[in-house]
Design a protein around this ligand. Sequence first.
Ligand code: FAD
Length: 414
Amino acid sequence: MGATAGVAATPRFTRALHAQGRPRAVVIGGGAGGATAARYIAKDSKGAIDVTLIEPTRSYYTCFFSNLYIGGFRTLASIGHSYGGLASDYGVNVVHDWAVGVDRDAREVALAGGGRVPYDRLVVAPGIDLQYDSVPGYSLAAAGRMPHAWKAGTQTTLLKEKVLAMREGGTYVMVAPPNPYRCPPGPYERVSMVAHQLKKTNPTAKIIILDPKEKFSKQGLFMEGWEKHYPGMIEWLPASISGGVTGLNPETGEIETELDTFKADVANVIPAQTAGHIASQAGLTDRSGYCPIVPATMQSRMDEAIHVLGDACIAGDMPKSGFSANSQAKVAAMAVRGALTDAKTFPARFANTCWSLIDTDDGVKVGARYEATDEKIASIDGFISQTGEDAALRKATFEESVGWYAGISADMFG
Ligand code: FAD
């Protein structure tokens, strides 16, 4: 669908860009990083830079708050956003197509629909791709029966439907991802939100987490919350206990570990991740599968005409989050304007907060501020919610996250 739209749109934009003779910034990926970058380059350059955003989907569903949709705290519509405002209010050329190649010598992006989009500076923000075969037996096809729901949209609705339809007293098994992955607290907020649903509709159900890690983000806070709100429902098994997942059968729901075979009524398999495929295709990744960058400008270490943001980049001490991607995008947008116009630039500053909801009005958070050193994006200071906090503070923390969601959505899409 996106490709068809792109075929029609691209030649028109390409001609327009040449005709106007303005420097061209092209952004691949209209998510937390790319949409913010496109909007800031267009807004702050006040028409001096021609900005094109390449994004296949017409509606972007945020992964952030998708767990709250599963928990029944948000509607699907409330986490869906369109690109109309970027085009109408900021003059961004939005091309709904897949970028399928980057010709770094010619400085052109190739589109699935056949068009080519020239750039002076390119921002690459494709998020993650899933390494399905990192979990033995898992595959793209298996995700229809055992959803990952680690990219928001149909996978998220599928997982929610399965949770709501689970047999009484059934078992939900999550296979958690290895580091590094998008949203470190995300799997554990997911479990909290599934537990919240099951407590209402299926209170004898069980949740098992098969985790390749020995510890996880905000672990003390989640464990305290699970004990308080969902006693006896959730069991976390790190690899040192389960021995790790050795196979699974999407037909029967069986998940094998060295310890035992678990029969899942609902399986949520979140495999290992890498930078979105276009990044490696463009030669921007290293052996880690992610993209090394220069922290001060978010420029690729492989190509100074390219900036890489968000989940796809190696962001030092910053976690892979929507907040981080949005923060990095503003640094990159400033650097792009500095390179393409005579706009002033300032030292890079980054920030992140990851909120998680454990149960109604029980919100927790972890975050930090960061600066660019020569080697990496380095943490300056950090904060984290404490165990034993009172209900009023936890409610205020949750409300802060609702305000943040409204703020970042407006910052991305206008
Ligand atoms: P994305 O937002 O994924 O955007 C990438 C875009 O690129 C997509 O729209 C995709 O269609 C497009 N794209 C990919 N390939 C191509 C291509 N070849 N051509 C053109 N376009 C392409 N973060 C938080 O800050 N707070 C939270 O509470 C939070 N909760 C989360 C909960 C869950 C369950 C999950 C899974 C994640 C959560 N995150 C949260 C993490 C957050 O969603 C990601 O870190 C963030 O979306 C990363 O932004 P990005 O721009 O790098 O990638």
